[in-house]
Each structure stands twice: as C-alpha cells, then as structure tokens.
Design a protein around this ligand. Structure first.
Ligand code: AMP
Length: 396
C-alpha cells in the first residue's frame, strides 16, 4: 500500500480528498470535528515535505446545486485553527477561480475547495468533471475512508489522471490496516458483536464473518427476529417477519461452521417506544403482549460480558438496545465496558458502524478501545465485498 510516507511532496501540489462531512448546528458551528482532526496529520506531512495542499470534500446531501447550508466555507475558520495556519477558500470546486487559486499556491499554503456535491457529476462519477478537478493538483491523495465505498468522481474516477502519483493518506492507511488486522490476522478467539435495528441490514456481513469468527453475539432490535424464528413470544418488539428464515439459516450456518452464537436470554421490555414508558425485565422468549424489547437484560449482559472478556479480537457493530434513551442504554454501556476491559487485557477491538461509534463516544471510551472506524458504511462494505472502489482506484 502506497501512502503519503512513500512520497516526497516537495514543490508539489497535493490534491487531497478528505472527508469533511461534519455535523453543523443551525449557527454553522461544528458539533463534532473528529473528521477534521483526523485529516490534519496527512495535511501536515505534505506541508512538512515542502508541498502545498488543495483539499476537496463533500458536506451533507445538497441536491446537486449550491445550497448555503452545505457550503464548506462554514468550516474554514475551524480548519484554520486546527491546522494553525491560514486556509484559503475557492467558492467553486472547478472553473477559472479554483484553477487560479490553486496555481498561485506556494509551499506550505492550503486551499479548500467548495462542496464537490454542488455538482451532480461528483456522485455520477463523471470523467470530465474528475479531469477538471485533477488539473488542480500534481499528486492525488485519497484520505476519505468514509466515502471510499462510492465510485464518485473525487473518490475513485479521478485516480486515473495521476498514474504514478496517487497515494493513501493516514486516515485511509490506518483504517485499512485496522480492518485487515481483524479480517486476516485476528488472534483467537475472535468475537463479532452485532446489534442495531434490523437483520436485513446485517445479513451480508454476518455471512462474510461466519468463516472468520469463533463467537457471534447478537443484540439490539435484530435479536427479536431470531427469538420469534425460534418460536418465542416477542410482543410488539421490532421483528422482520420476512427474515425469520434468514435468522434460522444464520443459526444453522453457525452450527455447521462451529461458530458459537449468543442470543439474548432476557430483555428490558417497555410499554411504548419512549424513555418514560413502563418497563419490565422478562424472559426474552416470553415478552408480554403490548410490550417491546428495547434493551438486553442483566443475565444477557453477564453472558455477553464473559464471552467478550475471553476474546482476543473483537469487532463491534450496532448497539445492544435503544441506547439513545437513558432507560434502555444499560446493555450497550455494559458491552462497551466489557470491550474496554478485554482491550486492557490485550484484545484488539475495532468499533465500526455509525451507532456503535456514537455509543462508544457517548460513554467517552473511544480512547480505551483499539480502533474506532471513521467510516461506517465503508467499513461494512469492505467486510462484505473485500475491497472498495476508492481503494482499488489508488492501488491500480
Ligand atoms: P443500525 O443502524 O442498524 O445499527 O441500528 C441502530 C439503531 O437501532 C439505533 O438507533 C437503536 O436505537 C436501534 N435499536 C437498537 N435496539 C433496538 C430495539 N430493541 N428496538 C428498536 N430499535 C433498536
């Protein structure tokens, strides 16, 4: 894998695809700058070599035309503070202005381009648009893991215009190293913890992981489909009735492949999908009518914690319950704590996928696990398909 460490940027203009798709509040304050902070080391490497930097990113989901609320100008000040140097802004990501600003850049200077998705050609992966972007730099750096599963103009198509001059940034390199460690060099036992809302969203990843893992822990909303498939009474819990056969197949595949599968035995059931609903802890196979399981129960927590504690590699995707509500977050917090404990004992833990990352951040435990992935969709797709368009384009 060729990274920025294998390239000397002296006198070059690096066109870096970053992921600055950060959340903004109504006053355009950045409410979580993780993605900006993550990009700083790559930018600094180019500058330290004596190069200049042109940054390109998307922000939000504009409808293919400029929209004030999605302008990247809102992040210029924050980025400039994080870098400790001025950042120039091009109000258009292509065209004469962008070209002249890029041309005038001196070593050590940084230019941020306007939102790529103000052009529909970005997501369409239009070659002519990618070529216009490519004219703004001498070398292409892809550091946007979060969009690497998309074959967009700036994430994949553009790479062909830099035949000998395309490398990965540190975010990409770290993400790929972390995931490859888990998928190809896992110490055993290897435990996958899958939760979240639905079986349908996780079935491909379960299939892929089945050949690699020793233990599969199933929690969250998807557990109730497994319980119902086995003849349990799940009340009004979230269930995908058209996936009962899929759940049974997962169970039989696990058995055939020697994977230990752990499904909740008790649940915290609520009279409504609300934090202040009446709640009761019950056998998960016997949830009363009118009640829905919103978290795993204490016996399940203890069982899961034991499996996690004995693991040497842990991959966690998806919360154990509706952790956004304080009365139903206990199971997710308990799983996070167990992962932290296992990590302290030497396990390698990778947390990936939007909501488990949100959970680990909620409990301030991101620094206590081995790696927190910055790209949920990209991580899952990499596990499912073994590659990503944005990775292939640079490696070609
Ligand atoms: P996913 O994006 O598939 O990982 O799903 C994450 C969402 O699943 C979170 O917003 C959780 O609140 C939700 N979730 C977790 N457990 C349950 C449950 N028992 N019932 C309904 N939703 C759940």
């Amino acid at each position: 894998m060729k990274t920025v460490d294998n390239y000397n940027f002296k006198g070059k203009k690096a066109l870096i695809r970053v992921d600055f798709n950060v959340p903004l509040d109504k006053e355009y304050n950045i409410t979580d700058d993780t993605r900006i902070r993550a990009a700083i080391p790559t930018i600094n490497k180019v500058i330290a070599d004596g190069g200049a930097v042109v940054l390109m990113s998307h922000l939000g989901r504009p409808r293919d035309v400029p929209e004030e609320k999605y302008s990247l100008k809102h992040i210029v000040n924050h980025l400039s503070k994080s870098l400790g140097r001025p950042v120039a802004f091009a109000e258009d990501c292509i065209g004469e202005k962008a070209k002249s600003l890029s041309k005038a850049l001196k070593p050590g200077e940084v230019l941020l381009l306007e939102n790529l998705r103000f052009y529909k050609q970005e997501t369409a992966g239009t070659e002519s648009f990618a070529k216009e972007l490519a004219a703004l730099g001498d070398v292409y750096v892809n550091d946007a893991f979060g969009t690497a599963h998309r074959a967009h103009a700036s994430t994949a198509v553009i790479a062909q215009f830099f035949p000998g001059d395309k490398v990965f940034g540190y975010v990409m390199a770290n993400e790929l190293a972390s995931i490859n460690k888990v998928l190809t060099k896992a110490d055993r036992p290897f435990t996958a913890i899958l939760g979240g809302a639905k079986v349908s969203g996780k079935i491909l990843i379960i299939d892929k992981l089945m050949d690699k893992i020793d233990n599969l822990i199933i929690g969250g909303g998807m557990a109730y489909t497994f319980i119902k498939a086995q003849g349990g009474k799940v009340g009004s819990s979230l269930v995908e009735d058209d996936k009962l056969d899929v759940a049974l197949k997962v169970l039989s595949d696990a058995k055939a492949k020697g994977v230990n599968i752990y499904i909740p035995v008790d649940t915290v059931a609520a009279s409504a999908f609300a934090n202040d609903a009446d709640k009761t802890t019950v056998d998960i196979k016997n949830i009363p009518d009118g009640y829905m399981g919103l978290d795993i129960g204490p016996s399940t927590e203890a069982q899961f914690a034991k499996v996690i504690a004995d693991s040497k590699t842990i991959l966690w995707n998806g919360p154990m319950g509706v952790f956004e509500m304080s009365n139903f977050e206990h199971g997710t917090k308990a799983a996070s704590d167990a992962i932290v404990e296992a990590t302290k004992k030497g396990a390698y833990s990778l947390i990936g996928g939007g909501d488990s990352v949100a959970a680990i951040n909620k409990y301030n435990l991101a620094n206590e696990v081995s790696y927190v992935s910055t790209g949920g969709g990209a991580l899952l797709e990499y596990i499912e398909s073994g590659s990503l368009p944005g990775v292939e384009a640079v490696e070609k």
